[in-house]
Design a protein around this ligand. Structure first.
Ligand SMILES: [Zn+2]
Length: 433
């Protein structure tokens, strides 16, 4: 079941709508935003130059820096009398990123979140327990309004107070959980203390998780701990908040609500567009935003997209779970490598722990990659022969999956230096030379 027919429209129909909306967004920023007017003029382009979706490549990028430079409302294209809501990022460094919504922006947000709930199988009969934080962070209210829109009963629990959350979920019979994956896991651990049959006290059938990077392993853990379907939602406040994309029951890939958010994948170094299936930086142009329309916003998130049809009947293109951040990317002998991909290989190997360290160095002109991994306690007591096989297995997996030649060093449990409880993940010695 789709929430809106457009989700399963013919691709030509969808793309026709996208082009019309892109053109009106470009008109909008060109006539209402000095920032964009200047950028367009510099490049010698006007809204008339956008005659196909391909033409989006002619347009300039927008970055988080641009938003910060125009703090707080400099990029808004409506007067304050038309702004209905203001949210902001936590801003751990410097000024936060401020975003605004008109009434019509809020309607779009509610609608895409209603689509997310529908993707997860939620209906008006469900009780939604919302453990996302309410406040300036878009998570709490984003989920809240989407659940209301489909007519579900929403419990605005907000973050924190685990014991009380568990009591409410149990007593109210919540069927859908909305939270970060790590909080869901934490709640399961606390619930488990009450007895191994804890699951019999809860009625959860699905969870909608986001706002954190997630590995396949973590998804599985959360799904098993609660005995539920795991649905992932992707979003960012600069674009709308949660509700840019989410996965259906048929696939792990996330359907992008592209009638509102046009997505591209680019090479983060050159800015060139990459074909479907290739990993690169996700760039999003909201197509219907009124208060804060952004052109080609660089998310810094690494993923890939596909237009392959999905079994669920939706024609919306799909993206994979974010595999890493542009800032974390390592270039080793010309190959782009994300620490999360290396972690994935380690997580899928028996006998080693997730305490590892990636050391990149130069050997003459060549890059040299060394990965130190702590083995598990059981392995240490075994023969050295097994260690050799294990080391080869990991090196082989890295070469086959990531095309990287790494030298793996297996080390004793708890021997990698910790800083604030965490192992230092990456040491790039090339930068020190
Ligand atoms: Zn699908």
């Amino acid at each position: 079941m789709v929430y809106n027919e457009i989700e399963s429209a013919k691709r030509e129909e969808l793309e026709e709508l996208e082009l019309k909306r892109l053109q009106s967004t470009v008109e909008r920023v060109y006539s209402l935003s000095t920032f964009y007017k200047e950028k367009f003029d510099e490049l010698g382009i006007t809204p008339k130059d956008i005659t196909s979706l391909e033409d989006i490549k002619k347009l300039p990028f927008t970055t988080k820096k641009d938003l910060r430079a125009h703090y707080p409302f400099g990029l808004f294209t409506v007067p304050m009398s038309e702004v209905a809501r203001i949210h902001s990022s936590s801003g751990t460094t410097g000024k936060p990123t401020v975003v605004g919504y008109t009434k019509s922006d809020m309607d779009v947000w509610d609608e895409v979140m209603a689509r997310v709930f529908t993707l997860a199988g939620a209906t008006s009969k469900d009780i939604v327990h919302n453990a996302y934080g309410y406040g300036l962070f878009t998570g709490g209210l984003g989920f809240h309004n989407g659940a209301e829109k489909i007519g579900a009963a929403i419990v605005p629990a907000s973050a924190g107070m685990t014991d009380r959350q568990l009591m409410l979920m149990r007593d109210f019979g919540a069927s859908i959980l909305a939270s970060t994956p790590t909080f869901a896991l934490h709640m399961a651990e606390v619930a488990q203390k009450a007895g191994s049959d804890y699951l019999s006290h809860y009625k959860l059938k699905a969870g909608i998780f986001g706002a954190e990077p997630t590995s396949k392993g973590l998804k599985k853990e959360v799904s098993n701990a609660w005995g539920i379907d795991y649905h992932e939602v992707y979003g960012l406040s600069e674009i709308i908040g949660p509700g840019v994309a989410a996965n259906c029951k048929e696939s792990d890939l996330l359907h992008v609500f592209e009638d509102h958010f046009f997505v591209e994948i680019i090479n983060p170094q050159t800015g060139e567009s990459l074909p479907d299936g290739q990993r690169g930086e996700l760039v999003i142009t909201p197509l219907t935003k009124q208060a804060l329309p952004l052109i080609r916003y660089r998310t810094g998130d690494i993923t890939s997209i596909t237009k392959e049809p999905c079994k669920c009947g939706r024609t919306l293109l799909r993206m994979e779970s974010i595999v890493g951040r542009v800032d974390d990317m390592l270039i080793i002998s010309g190959v782009n490598v994300y620490p999360s991909q290396i972690e994935h290989v380690i997580a899928n190997t028996e006998g080693v722990t997730l305490n590892y360290q990636i050391i990149v160095d130069k050997h003459g002109h060549l890059d040299k990659l060394e990965i130190h991994i702590e083995v598990s306690d059981e392995i240490m007591t075994d023969s050295l022969g097994q260690m050799g096989a294990l080391k080869k297995e990991i090196q082989h997996a890295l070469l086959n999956n990531l095309y990287i030649n790494a030298h793996v060093v297996l080390v004793q449990p708890r021997s990698i230096e910790r800083s604030m409880g965490k192992a230092v993940r990456i040491i790039d010695k090339r930068k020190e030379q």
